[in-house]
Design a protein around this ligand. Sequence first.
Ligand code: IPM
Ligand code: MN
Length: 376
Amino acid sequence: MTTIQKTRIAVLPGDGIGPEVTQQAIKVLDAVGERFNHHFEYCFAEVGAVAIDHTGSPLPDATLEACLKADAVLFGAIGHPKYDNDPDAKVRPEQGLLKLRKELGLFANIRPVTTYENLLHLSPLRPDKVKGVDFVIFRELTSGIYFGEKGTAADGQQAFDTCTYTVEEIERIARLAFEQARHRRGKLTLVDKANVMETSRLWRRTLRELAAEYPDVVLDFMFVDNAAMQLIQFPGQFDVVLTDNLFGDILSDEASVLTGSMGLLPSASIGIHTSLFEPIHGSYPQAAGEDIANPMAAILSAAMLVESLGMHEAAAAIRFSVQYILEKGIGTPELQPAIVYGCSQIGDLVAHLVADPKEEILLKAEKNSQRVSTII
Ligand code: IPM
Ligand code: MN
């Protein structure tokens, strides 16, 4: 008799297109459950602008509690134009996300940047520059200038933000990055501003010391201003990129547009308590409720979630299905595909392909025969 594994997921759909893309990821998780004999149990909770509207807080206690009790968090998006246009708003949706990161101890934000062959023309770079690009950014997420001491003088004439790091904070994310590099192409690039900043010098020293434990990984260092250029000029040179909170915020957004398909990029935030998985795109309020948003980033975030549970076959099945659909020229409008599908149709299709292993075998056979025929 096989026992059914159970995983409790806190679902935080959030604002804008968050709810609709998250719904598609859930369809796919249910398909994984069906095929791999796994039971996903969902606990829905509010976060962001919608939570402010209902409770006055962007991260109500009940939401935090649900996350702490869960095995994983599936996050949609947060943000609403009414706050973007009001920098003086006392309560903001972003505060919910920052608090959640801190409370769950999510010190590592992991963003893979992957290219899809048939979408290269959507990149702002020449296709030959982005072809084969495949790297992953490790951004420190719970310290640095985001969380250091900050303030504004009483007369409003001066303000400050402080960047601090401890060796322990650097070491714990560096170890994850080294491990990742070891399982990839064996290269780790630390991005910093060590020619100016003390914290950057501490990052370098700590990384140099750790490197002795990972002799199979080549460690190199790059100043952040140079890295911003190199990402555009030669993005193919990167394998694993490690950087602090603020540099990581900026560089990961820069990196996300390289492949021309922001709607396809997932992320994972991991650390001390429950891990969180979210698409890297924002709440895109203009598209909310229109059924045009691309759910693939949310679906691929669900793939990272199942991967984190050790369900490698399930993660591969999700990725394969997404890739297959893209290769068939099917996608949401922003990909300018040959066949336009809505958000929920994409969710149905991925779920359908993931649910049935026979289907997958047929698709794989078809892919192979196509490959042969193009060679001939
Ligand atoms: C991100 C976002 C957040 C950040 C904002 C919403 C606080 O830009 O997840 O990258 O700056 O970390
Ligand atoms: Mn950001």
